[in-house]
Write a new protein. Structure first.
Lengths: 418, 319
């Protein structure tokens, strides 16, 4: 009832997590992929069919944006194409993380099986602070080469073979090989021009890529951030609500209560129940907001949401009670809860997915309520797993709640008698 | 106003509402209570009179079970303190305003009524009764933090007796209250007394103890140093003697010597003497004149509780 009367606190309890969640959802939730596109400055000094095929192959990579000239404000007067020098300057200026230079003569000798250092080599200029972009481009470059330069690679391979094995092809064999390669080149050019077979397994090894998780989801990160941000703010709310115990101790109300029929255990259990319901309500409001604004598919996952929501709320409520029991003043509680909750939320994955973190940090995250709660909600909303698959997360959260409450009860003995 | 208490059982009727036997409580090296023994009869109001730090609140908290004594026994209608039976029979009005500031008067009483096990119609009736007793019916919906000091005190008292206990412990319930509100509180207590509740009332205001209490226990440094009615205590300390208070203009050195010669005390520049008969005053003042002291004012009065406390401890009742 006190929380209801404190309109500012009530507004912050519900509005703040929704605001934070909306920010994260707006930033990350609208993307269909978790990786953003990489701008690559392309300088083709060779201008051969081979280099142009390679460029077209790269162009069709969904995660790259190839730029051959700087953007011009006046579309009717485009700026000159990048040269090696201007591309390097642009990378240094931060206009793009990577520049690809295809040198003169590349088309003549695109493949270097013998490791000849005198042959033309592709140059990949990059900003060393971005460790992901150059690696991605290098990998995609190899893929594009395999898929668009098959005939050239075959021809270069055969020349190398002939050179090192004394040239045992007969003239008829050479003619047959050349004819086959020409057909292959024509077929490759047709495929490249039409856009088929490139990047979709039309290379030397047939590969077909198929999404098995989230293929029907519109906003893949929404449920993650609803759970992540939700749990973090649940922890803050639970700690704040549990601080009412300190207010009661300060005002003498706690003394008065404990002089009645109410025991400390009963009192704490009652507060735990209330704080659990408060936390669950907060989580429900957030997920309803996610459903209404960000199209989270909530209503087909009600059983999972209820189970995970209640077990998470119980665990965080018990955590809040323990913090309140350990502290002597509201100021102490505020400081301690802020530090602990931010640490837990960082390593537990509330702010950033744990799979991006080093393994040691991922393991450390398992000691936080956040990690287990987020894993559970991910199972429900992202992986569409049945409720029975939630048993590890539910067991850990419930057990954590029981243990935390037991410790809180033990610590609260200091208030029982003078 | 007719105050109705909870009925209690026949066993309760046979035993004293409160018995305290040789209670001792130490906090480290400080002995807060030293062999305190008291008893309280039904319908009696026992005043606990003593200065700040005498041990009044510690004694109260020992009775309600918030302080565990090191030695001794507390029994409420025969049941040990902190047992459910004792808690049900006890009502406590603490010195602090132990209320929920963001709840209304009615909500506060409802909350504390629930803590005492009341519910449903019984709870609603008790809340209404308490509001009327505390003269807060028209403020039932007001938040506790918005009440005046006197009203908060009255609400604080009401919250202590919401379950209509047969023994009520009031720890300085008029602290910081204006005279009008204080009178209203006195009326509430007198109504409670009239209903048969046994009351322990702690205060360091002599006039409150004299007005409200049937019997007074004077406590100092954790010990009960005297017990009895106001008249009994004065008689025991001073018999039929009276006090003379005289103020002089003159050298303080001469005054001190003269006071000492006549076995009096100098309290804040005022000479105090105890005399058996009123005609002793003339001899005192003659001697003062001969000593060169110029009399400014003289008063004859019967000793009061403050005098008793001063007589017993050598200190003022109020700091």
């Amino acid at each position: 009832m006190s929380l209801r009367r404190d309109r500012a606190a009530l507004a912050l309890s519900f509005a703040l997590p929704i605001a934070f969640f909306s920010i994260f959802a707006a930033i990350f939730g609208g993307q269909h992929n978790s990786t953003s596109k990489i701008n690559v400055l392309l300088v083709d000094e060779d201008r051969s069919s081979t280099s142009q095929n390679l460029a077209r192959g790269l162009q069709r990579e969904g995660s790259l944006v190839l730029l051959t000239r700087p953007a011009s404000k006046d579309k009717s007067a485009p700026l000159p194409e990048y040269t090696a020098a201007t591309a390097e300057a642009a990378v240094k200026a931060g206009d793009a993380p990577v520049a690809l230079i295809i040198p003169h003569g590349f088309g003549e000798h695109p493949f270097n099986f013998g490791g000849d250092t005198n042959l033309p080599t592709l140059q990949l200029l990059n900003d060393s602070s971005d460790i992901i972009a150059p690696q991605m481009v290098a990998g995609l470059l190899q893929e594009a080469a395999m898929t668009t330069m098959g005939p050239a690679m075959a021809e270069a391979g055969m020349k190398q073979f002939e050179e090192y094995n004394g040239g045992f092809y007969t003239p008829a064999q050479r003619k047959q090989i050349e004819s086959s390669l020409n057909q292959w080149r024509q077929h490759q050019n047709d495929e490249t021009a039409s856009g088929t077979g490139v990047g979709t397994g039309g290379g030397l090894i047939a590969v077909h890529s198929r999404s098995v998780v989230g293929q029907s989801k519109k906003n893949p990160m929404i449920s993650f951030y609803a759970a992540g941000i939700g749990v973090m703010f649940l922890l803050f709310t639970a700690s704040g609500a549990a601080g009412a115990l300190l207010d009661e101790a300060d005002s003498g109300t706690l003394d008065r209560i404990l002089s009645s029929r109410v025991t400390m255990t009963t009192l704490l259990a009652g507060k735990l129940t209330y704080n659990t319901l408060l936390a669950f309500t907060q989580l429900t409001v957030m997920f309803l907001w996610a459903w209404a604004v960000f199209k989270l598919d909530l209503f087909t996952h009600i059983p999972g949401f209820l189970i995970m929501g209640l077990s998470t709320a119980f665990a965080v409520a018990a955590f809040g009670m323990l913090l309140a029991s350990l502290c002597h003043t509201r100021a102490q509680l505020g400081s301690l809860s802020t530090i602990l909750i931010l640490i837990m939320s960082s390593i537990g994955g509330s702010m950033f997915p744990r799979y991006f973190m080093p393994e040691a940090i991922q393991k450390a995250g398992l000691f936080t309520l956040n990690a287990w709660a987020i894993d559970g909600f991910t199972k429900v909303f992202w992986r569409d797993l049945p409720v029975r698959e939630l048993w590890p997360q539910v067991c850990v959260l419930l057990a954590a709640g029981v243990v935390l409450f037991a410790i809180a009860r033990r610590v609260a003995r200091r208030w029982e008698f003078s | 106003m007719n105050v109705q208490l909870s009925p209690g059982d026949s066993a309760q009727a046979a035993t004293l509402p409160l018995e305290i036997d040789s209670l001792v409580k130490r906090f480290g090296t400080l002995t807060a209570l030293e062999a305190v023994s008291l008893s309280l009869s039904a319908g009696e109001c026992l005043g606990l009179l003593g200065p700040n730090g005498a041990g009044k609140s510690t004694l109260i908290r020992s009775i309600v079970g918030r302080v565990l004594p090191d030695e001794g026994r507390v029994a409420v209608f025969g049941a040990a303190a902190s047992t459910p039976e004792a808690r049900a029979a006890l009502g406590w009005v603490p010195q602090e305003l132990a209320l929920y500031p963001r709840l209304s008067c009615k909500e506060n009483l409802t909350a504390f009524g629930r803590y005492h096990g009341l519910s449903g119609v019984g709870l609603a009736e008790s809340v209404a009764w308490c509001l009327e007793w505390a003269a807060l019916t028209d403020r039932a919906g007001d938040l506790a933090r918005d009440l005046s000091g006197g009203m908060k005190r009255r609400l604080n008292m009401a919250a202590g007796i919401i379950h209509r206990p047969r023994v009520v412990l009031m720890d300085e319930p008029t602290v910081g209250v204006d005279p009008q509100s204080r009178n209203r509180i006195f009326e509430m207590i007198e109504a409670l007394r009239g209903s048969g509740a046994a009351i322990i009332y702690t205060t360091h205001y002599m006039e409150e103890a004299e007005r409200l209490c049937d019997r007074i226990a004077i406590i100092d440094h954790g010990r009960i140093i005297a017990q009895g009615s106001s008249e009994e205590l004065v008689l025991a300390a001073f018999a039929h003697r009276s006090q003379v208070l005289a103020r002089f203009d003159g050298a303080s050195g001469d005054l001190s010597a003269w006071v000492e010669r006549h076995h009096g005390q100098l309290v804040e520049g005022v000479a105090e003497f105890t005399i058996e008969r009123s005609n002793q005053i003339a001899a005192l003042l003659d001697d003062a004149a001969q000593a060169g002291l110029e009399l400014v004012d003289v008063t004859l009065r019967r000793p009061n509780l403050e005098s008793v406390f001063l007589h017993l401890t050598g200190r003022e009742l109020r700091d």
